[in-house]
Each structure stands twice: as C-alpha cells, then as structure tokens.
Design a protein around this ligand. Structure first.
Ligand code: TXA
Ligand code: MG
Length: 341
C-alpha cells in the first residue's frame, strides 16, 4: 500500500526520531550519501528497508552508530587493530566489517556471521542516532541498483510512496559511499573503496584491496555480497573511456555507426568541455580533482536520465586516493563497456 512521503527540515528532526523508535523507515543525510534507516535491532523494521528498496535479501546492511560505547553490544571478539581505525577515522566514511553479536538480527547481516558498522561524520545524522538512541541499519536510500542519492530530491524520485519520511539536510559532502573494510582477515581488506582512502588506512595498518574493486560490472562470488549486483547505474548506457587520448576516442565513437540516431552525452573534466561536438556535455570538475568529480557523479548520472539521453560516455580519472572510489563506481556503472583509447 502506498504511503505519503513527507520531506522535513532539520528543525523537525523529532518526527524522524519518533518514527525510528516506532519501527518505521526514515531517510536521512550522511556525509557520503542519503541512507534509509531503521532500528537495527528490530528485524521487522529492517524488513521494511528491503521492501522499500527492492533490495535482494542476500545483501547485508551497514549499522550506523553515534558513540564508540555502542560497538561492544553489536560485535563479538575482533582484532584490536580495528580499535585503532575507529579512533582514527570515526566519525567518518569508513565501515568496518566485524564478527557480529547475537543482538544483530540475521536480516541485517543477510545471514553472514559478520556485521558492517560505521559512525557517520554528519551533525544531523549523529543527532538523529543519538536522540533515537538506537543502532540504525541504513543502506543508501535509492531503489536497488540505481545511483545513490546525494540530495533529498533524489530519495523522493526513487522512494516516493514507499517510505513515510525524508530528512532534508541539503546535498551530501562526499557523494560516494563509505569505504567498506573487512577486519575479519589479515591483512584487513578493502571490499569497497570510499572516502577514507587506501593511502590513509595504510598509514595505520597493512591493508589489502580486494580484486573485485578493479573488476568491471558484475562479480560472480564477491566477499562483499552487494558487489555481485549491477550498481550505481542510470537507465542510459554508460561507456567508460580510459587512456591517453580519451577526448579523441569519445568523439570518434560518438560519430560511429554504432551510436548513430541515439541521444549522446559525456561526463568530462572541466578542461575538456570544449573538446566535444554533437554531445551534451556535463562538467565533472577539474581533471586533477577526483574529489569534486566524486561529489558530482551521482547527481550527473540522474540528470543524464532526466534529459532522456540514451548513452553517456565518461572520461576516466586517475586511480589514486578518492579516484579509486570514483573509478570503482564508474566501472560498476559501465559493466563491460570499458574502452581503452
Ligand atoms: O556511505 C555508506 O556506506 C552509505 C551511507 C548511507 O552510510 N551506505 C551504503 O550502504 O552505501 P549500502 O547498503 O548501499 O552498501 C553497503 C555495502 C554493500 O556492498 C554490502 O554488500 C556491504 O556494504 N556489506 C555490508 N555488510 C557487509 C558484511 N557483513 N560483509 C561484507 N560486506 C558487507
Ligand atoms: Mg547502495
């Protein structure tokens, strides 16, 4: 049955607190993307998240907390190095996969014996978590498979009529989801790159990067179940172009018979906006600032769909620091359409 979806402002946060305590789902901003939260200790409440998103039941959720004191209750014995990471990077865009305690319902962990936990670095999110005084399970607040929401209006586009409330905190900062780090193996292993970078983590601990991070599109048996699904993709076909002659290659492709008669766009670095003809050009920000590109990516992918484009070419960025997260999302969105110039 359809519900009325209301958008509230930060000064109306009490309504969100009340709904969370009543076992309802609420969308709220974090420093990465908007999340769709529910009481992580209430299996029925969490089932509402899966229903609203159309999320496959084998894809586990991240549990959000506001205080280190909450961790003990949620996890079993874990490697002490994880404490160092919590102290150094929380609040922040780092989700730690730890052995779960019996208090975490199976639906949250999708039947795994581990649970991902993070403390978001966002005042509204922290206030909501603190006032509800609950651990809150929250995936990104989009329909399963589509780009994560970085604005309240994106949540509304996807989940209108499916959830009762969205807390509007304006555009999110990072624009890509948190780093997911498996702390149940040694060395600890990055399952999904995000705002906290490999370079930063390596200053504190030895860190491995799961090979699935560098694969295109769908991975059959990933360690992070979510990675086997098509992700972050708009309706338009995404074609990612890498190498030294990206602009030349995209112009060639755009005028080739394969793309004739289709509405084409390109996500390009600011320096290259003039390099294209016959395509709708979108500005990803300066070439050497992947942080800006990451913060714009999901909004641009949604804009591409709103403008009814059939195909969007995307310029590849360098893979260091936040560029690893940006390129990981672009590879997943592009599936097997990754072309070397
Ligand atoms: O930034 C974020 O992490 C956002 C905000 C809302 O906090 N949340 C988010 O959640 O991106 P979601 O559900 O869209 O992505 C969670 C990812 C999935 O790829 C999932 O498979 C993985 O984390 N994950 C969750 N629990 C896991 C576990 N126990 N073991 C391995 N991977 C896990
Ligand atoms: Mg997601």
């Amino acid at each position: 049955m359809a519900v009325e979806t209301r958008i509230i402002q930060p000064d109306q946060l009490e309504e969100a607190v009340t709904l969370l305590k009543q076992g309802e789902c609420v969308a709220f901003p974090t420093e990465t993307v908007y999340g769709l939260g529910a009481n992580a200790l209430d299996a029925k409440a969490v089932a509402g998240i899966f229903a609203a998103k159309g999320r496959p039941a084998d894809n586990p959720l991240i549990v959000h907390i506001y205080s280190l004191d909450q961790v003990m209750d949620l996890v079993g014995d874990y490697h002490p190095l994880a404490n160092t990471l919590m102290e150094r990077f929380w609040p922040g865009p780092l989700s730690l996969v730890l052995p779960k305690s019996h208090r975490i319902p199976d639906i949250v962990s999708a039947g795994l014996d581990t649970v991902a936990i993070r403390m978001p670095d966002h005042d509204l999110a922290l206030e909501l978590l603190q006032r509800a005084n609950l651990p809150v399970a929250a995936p990104s607040a989009n329909i399963s498979g589509s780009p994560s929401p970085t604005r309240a209006e994106h949540v509304l586009q996807d989940l209108n009529g499916r959830i009762p409330l969205i807390v509007d905190g304006g555009p999110t900062g990072w624009g890509v989801e948190s780093t997911v780090l498996d702390c149940t193996c040694l060395p600890f292993r990055i399952l999904r790159p995000g705002g906290v970078t490999v370079e930063q983590l390596q200053q504190v601990a030895e860190i491995a990067v799961d090979p699935s991070v560098f694969h295109n599109g769908v991975v059959e048996k990933p360690r992070s179940p979510g990675m086997k699904y098509k992700h972050y993709a708009p309706k338009a076909e995404v074609v990612l172009v890498l190498g030294d002659r990206i602009q030349e290659k995209i112009n060639l492709l755009a005028h080739s018979p394969e793309f004739a008669g289709r509405k084409l766009g390109v996500l390009a670095a600011s320096e290259h906006l003039e390099a294209y003809s016959g395509l709708t050009v979108f500005d990803m920000g300066p070439e050497l600032e992947p942080k800006i590109a990451a913060s714009r990516l999901y909004n641009l992918l949604r804009t591409v769909d709103q403008q009814g484009l059939d195909v969007v070419f995307v310029e590849g960025f360098t893979e260091n620091e936040i560029g690893m997260a940006l390129m990981n999302r672009l590879r997943k969105a592009a599936g097997n359409r990754v072309i070397q110039s």
